[in-house]
Design a protein around this ligand. Structure first.
Ligand code: AMP
Ligand code: GLY
Length: 415
């Protein structure tokens, strides 16, 4: 199988590693890829947001499958363009990608499907915003309606900050605050059949103890030792199946990976968000333990034959990843700092890196690297991930020191 993987982040390096390890994959092309994917695949230039350019590259390279990593190309219609050329594509259509592309659309689908989620208002004026904030009271949750790379959401006790965030957006969703530990569940689907991967937990805030602004995600671990045994089954029944049915009923079936972001509240699991692609950095830990060859699963989903596949197999143990971010992240991202200790180290997944002409590895984005490790226990995996972090240096490097710490201590509880 010849596979073209679209994207250039840590998620894509992790997906590329899983695809490269699949014996069915004879050729792997990453576009645009990064220095990490360059070591295990062929990188190709393309504008991932240009559907015709991506479809053209897929034809030119005679690939059997295109896997789309990030959300923006999906929202731009890349999957439709690739399928239009008769090539299998793992990723939802432009219409179905609205589940992530518009928070208001996602809320509408959830309401129609009876999916448990936070109560919410869509606001397009300052007065509506103020009224919505006062309906729910603090802590306030204000979300930019459109794509914002995980940074369009403000959760704050300050009414002024909530108002200010909303004032900068054309359309916002104001939600009731959901209290409880968060879970990321990825479900591979062909639109009808749906296969859950193992759940993970992400750490969204930049600082230890969940302080500071939201980021794209600063670390993750999987599986979740504290999660109720029937969690995945319950979410498949209460969230995933009704959502997929609703999307089919609307004539826009969702095929690809449905990322269900949940809060496990006192009233049960409720959806915080849907994404239309794998999560970053959760993918790094989830795929680290997936034993089933990945390309076969993604191809089956892309061609509507997922129901024929055997159940997924998982390696025992745990996986933990810790993101190393550049100076200034998440407000900005300083580029060009020289990275040492990362090249060729197993478990070091590239995200925002670049190769200088002399071969030096440089920072080139907000999230620079994901140090990913597995272990027999969560404590082993955590220690191994932090050993990778400790061996890497670059000016201004930031990382959280408490990824998976509460879970290791048995201190995560579901209300
Ligand atoms: P989102 O982009 O919707 O995932 O939001 C980013 C982060 O903000 C989530 O991972 C949560 O940590 C937090 N968040 C979003 N919505 C809520 C909510 N209704 N209640 C509590 N926290 C939330
Ligand atoms: N880690 C959160 C996300 O991928 O949206």
């Amino acid at each position: 199988m010849r596979v073209l993987l679209l994207g250039s982040g840590g998620r894509e390096h992790a997906i590329a590693a899983a695809l490269a390890a699949d014996p069915a994959v004879t050729d792997l092309i990453c576009a645009p890829g990064n220095p990490g994917t360059a070591a295990i695949a062929v990188n190709a230039e393309v504008d991932p947001l240009d559907p015709d350019a991506v479809a053209g590259l897929a034809v030119e390279r005679a690939v059997d499958l295109v896997v789309v990593g990030p959300e923006a190309p999906l929202v731009a219609g890349v999957a439709d363009a690739v399928r239009g050329k008769g090539i299998a594509c793992f990723g939802p259509s432009k219409a179905a990608a609205q589940l992530e592309g518009s928070k208001a659309f996602a809320k509408d689908v959830m309401r129609a499907a009876g999916v448990p989620t936070a109560r919410s208002f869509v606001c397009t004026s300052a007065d509506e915003l103020a009224a919505a904030l006062d309906t729910f009271g603090p802590p306030y949750v204000v979300k930019d309606d459109g794509l914002a790379a995980g940074k369009g959401v403000v959760v704050t006790g300050s009414r002024d900050e909530a108002l200010a965030h909303g004032a900068g957006c054309e359309r916002v969703v104001v939600e009731e605050y959901l209290a409880g530990p968060e879970v990321s569940l990825f479900v591979v689907t062909d639109g009808t059949a749906a296969v859950p991967l193992q759940p993970a937990q992400d750490f969204k805030r930049i600082g230890d103890g969940d302080t500071g602004p939201n980021t794209g995600g600063m670390g993750a671990y999987s599986p979740l030792p504290w999660a109720p045994a029937d969690l995945v089954e319950e979410v498949m029944a209460s969230v995933v199946q009704p959502t997929l049915a609703q999307m089919r009923d609307r004539g826009t079936p969702f095929a690809g990976v449905l990322y269900v972001g949940l809060a496990l509240t006192a009233q049960g699991p409720k959806v915080i968000e849907f994404n239309c692609r794998f999560g970053d950095p959760e993918t790094q830990v989830v795929l680290a333990r997936l034993e089933t060859p990945l390309a076969g699963v993604l191809h089956a989903a892309a061609v509507g034959r997922l129901a024929e596949d055997p159940p997924l197999a998982w390696r025992p143990g745990s996986a933990v990843c810790v993101v190393m971010a550049s100076a200034g992240y998440p407000e900005s991202a300083r580029k060009g700092d020289v990275i040492t200790g990362a090249d060729g180290v197993p478990g070091v997944i590239h995200a925002g890196t670049a190769r200088r002409a002399d071969g030096a590895l440089l920072t080139a984005g907000g999230r620079v690297l994901t140090c990913t490790a597995t272990g027999d226990t969560l404590a082993d995996a955590r220690a191994a991930a932090y050993r990778l972090v400790d061996a890497i240096t670059f000016d201004g490097a930031q990382h959280r020191t408490d990824i998976a710490l509460a879970a290791e201590k048995g201190a995560v509880t579901v209300p």
